[in-house]
Design a protein around this ligand. Structure first.
Ligand code: AMP
Ligand code: MG
Length: 322
């Protein structure tokens, strides 16, 4: 069986084809780049103008014919409305024209499933930290449940906003990581953990109001926010009695965050995993693979049921494949 998956929740439009054994035959992405973060309508226009080429290329690179495709999967949410609508329209048209089933995939769950495919993690807690999302997710009592999440913005967006105020180009996350290496002094910033949830806006405002060298601010932003994420992840591990942490999302490429997670998991006798960078960020292979798992276990949707879900909750999904 060949599953074609389309990702298009935010800045990336992509198409990928996977097989039953989890082989990724092709993965083609096009990312909308903007200096000032993301403008949903313009990103959607970008996706609309690239989606057909992207799909064709993914079929060519997989060395199959479009008639060989058995299922079309797409990112149904959560994400930016205009981007989701564009992607869903393409997925519906493709499914109708090929007369093959359609599967709507939750983007956050897809980050977890691609991590399970690409690493040795079997039953992990996912720490998912991207531009727009920050969540701690684990499989528990038949569903993927959110054990902790941001109450305001995703950590990546916060780092990008901070960077913008400081004159850094977008995305600022990697530049903040570089600057932070020269930081020496920990600037006092609020540590915002509320129960199992976290908050980042107040920390950013506090950092912007401090009169301190940029490298110290970058260092302190990382130390504070990464410690918060590590604390929540550790408590989730203890709560669900798991011994694996999987990382996903663009921010987890940060080596300092990885080293904090490594230290914490080592102390608990747990393991941590991070997929290759191309599978940490938004990518269509994660949608194709999760779509495969879902379809293989009997889940698909009709075109009438394929409305996008901007606020698609992780625990809304009935997990039929585990
Ligand atoms: P995503 O939304 O998953 O595609 O990830 C993009 C986000 O990851 C952006 O907000 C980037 O600033 C952030 N990011 C990428 N690399 C790093 C890094 N090394 N450290 C911190 N943040 C990063
Ligand atoms: Mg993502």
């Amino acid at each position: 069986m060949y599953v074609l998956g389309l990702e298009g929740t935010a800045h990336t439009i992509g198409s990928s084809i996977v097989t039953d054994s989890g082989e990724i035959l092709s993965k083609v992405s096009k990312t909308y780049k903007e200096k000032e973060g993301i403008h949903p309508r313009e990103a959607a226009n970008h996706h609309a103008s690239h989606v057909i080429k992207t799909i064709k290329r993914s079929i060519d690179r997989a060395n199959i014919k479009k008639e060989n495709i058995d299922v079309v999967a797409f990112s149904q949410g959560p994400g930016l409305g205009p981007c989701l609508r564009t992607t869903a329209t393409a997925a519906r048209s493709l499914s109708l024209s090929l007369s093959v089933p359609l599967v709507g995939v939750n983007h956050c769950i897809a980050h977890l499933e691609i991590g399970r495919l690409r690493t040795e993690a079997e039953n992990p807690i996912l720490l998912y930290v991207s531009g727009g999302n920050t969540q701690v997710i684990a499989f528990s009592k038949g569903r993927y449940r959110v054990f902790g999440e941001t109450l305001d913005i995703g950590l990546g967006n916060m780092l990008d906003k901070f960077g913008r105020e400081k004159g850094m180009p977008f995305p600022a996350g990697p530049l903040i990581e570089e600057k932070a290496k020269q930081g020496e002094k920990l600037v006092d910033l609020p540590y915002s953990v509320k129960g199992m949830d976290v908050e980042f806006s107040g920390i950013m405002t506090a950092a912007l109001n401090k009169d301190a060298p940029l490298q110290d601010l970058c260092y302190s932003l990382q130390e504070t926010t990464f410690a918060m994420l590590t604390e929540v992840t550790e408590r989730a591990l203890a709560h669900v009695r798991k011994d694996e942490v999987l990382l996903g999302g663009g921010v987890v490429q940060n080596k300092r965050l990885q080293s904090m997670i490594e230290t914490m998991t080592k102390e608990r006798g747990a393991n941590w995993y991070v997929p290759e960078a191309e599978y940490c960020v938004d990518n269509p292979a994660m949608i194709a693979w999760t779509g495969h798992l879902m379809y293989d276990s009997g889940t698909s949707i009709s075109v009438e049921e394929s409305n996008i879900k901007q606020k698609f909750r992780t625990d809304e999904v009935e997990v039929t494949w585990r």
